[in-house]
Design a protein around this ligand. Structure first.
Ligand code: HEM
Length: 251
């Protein structure tokens, strides 16, 4: 809902991007399936951009349509492509982070209470949840632009590289007792948003959503608990963005 409101995408149309996003993050999608899913969302957004051009509102897609596409600075296709990245990256990640963080905190009443007792600690707590859960858990992909050596291994220019940020976030040299969730550890130097010039553009928004949503949820429902045994929960082991498919709760 948040990313839809920011972009000016009607929330009622969410099936379009939720279904296609599932294909985009499924580890067994073929290149053709990924291209088709991308095109479905891009076509939907190109159409929306045309409507925004005719009837602009106060949202990001209207600004793109009026200030960039109408002026010829960006083609409609490029603008729709930007919209696809923001819409998919902006909902798939945060949604999964909220679900998994809720589960982690439901399983650890003492830390959950600590968060509620000290609302100012929410930013630090969210960084630890980002580190501990590292939902982008299939590694980041890059191509080496020059020969380099890492830990005695030579990587040649042109080689493909997978950078497992999920392992870096459990590096015992950086985070003591890394498999333990410790909301007070101060995990600001984690890599859950990537690193370098391509690190997550939406991280201030993602942080704000998590810092607001988690304390609000547990304040509103102090007796919230998982309604099924945890080992029966359906986890997204087959998707490049990790999460739970469903989290039945009761209170
Ligand atoms: C907890 C939530 C989020 C997590 C864990 C996350 C994680 C990441 C990671 C790991 C990357 C780097 C990918 C790479 O280097 O290959 C990335 C890039 C990106 N993210 Fe996020 N993200 C989150 C939320 C968001 C939101 C809310 C938005 C949009 C509003 C967003 C938009 C983007 C964009 C546009 C990029 C590409 C940046 C570039 O290539 O220059 N993300 N994200």
């Amino acid at each position: 809902m948040v990313i839809c409101e920011l972009l000016g995408v009607p929330y009622a149309d969410r099936a379009v991007f939720q279904q296609n996003a599932a294909t985009l993050v499924a580890m067994d999608s073929t290149a053709q399936e990924i291209a088709a899913a991308n095109k479905n969302v891009a076509d939907y957004l190109a159409d929306l951009l045309r409507r925004k051009d005719r009837e602009p509102k106060e949202d990001l897609l209207s600004e793109l349509a009026v200030q960039r596409v109408r002026t010829g600075e960006l083609s409609l296709e490029k603008a729709a492509g930007l919209g696809v990245i923001l819409l998919i990256a902006g909902h798939e990640t945060t949604t999964n982070m909220i679900g998994l963080s809720t589960l982690a905190l439901l399983r650890d009443p003492a830390q959950r209470q600590g968060l509620l007792d000290a609302p100012d600690s929410a930013p630090m707590a969210v960084d630890e949840l980002l580190r501990y859960l590292t939902i982008v858990h299939a590694g980041l992909r890059r191509i080496a632009v020059e020969d380099l050596e890492v830990a005695g291994v030579t990587i040649r220019a042109g080689d493909g590289i997978v950078l497992p940020i999920q392992s870096a976030n459990r590096d015992p040299d950086t985070f003591a007792d890394p498999d333990h969730l410790d909301l007070a550890r101060g995990a600001r130097n984690h890599l859950a948003f990537g690193y370098g010039i391509h690190q997550c553009l939406g991280q201030p928004l993602a942080r704000a959503e998590l810092q607001i949503a988690l304390p609000a949820l547990f304040t509103r429902f102090p007796d919230l608990r998982v309604a099924v045994p945890v080992d029966e929960l359906p986890f997204k082991d087959d998707a490049s963005v990790y999460g739970v498919r469903a989290l039945p709760v009761t209170w």
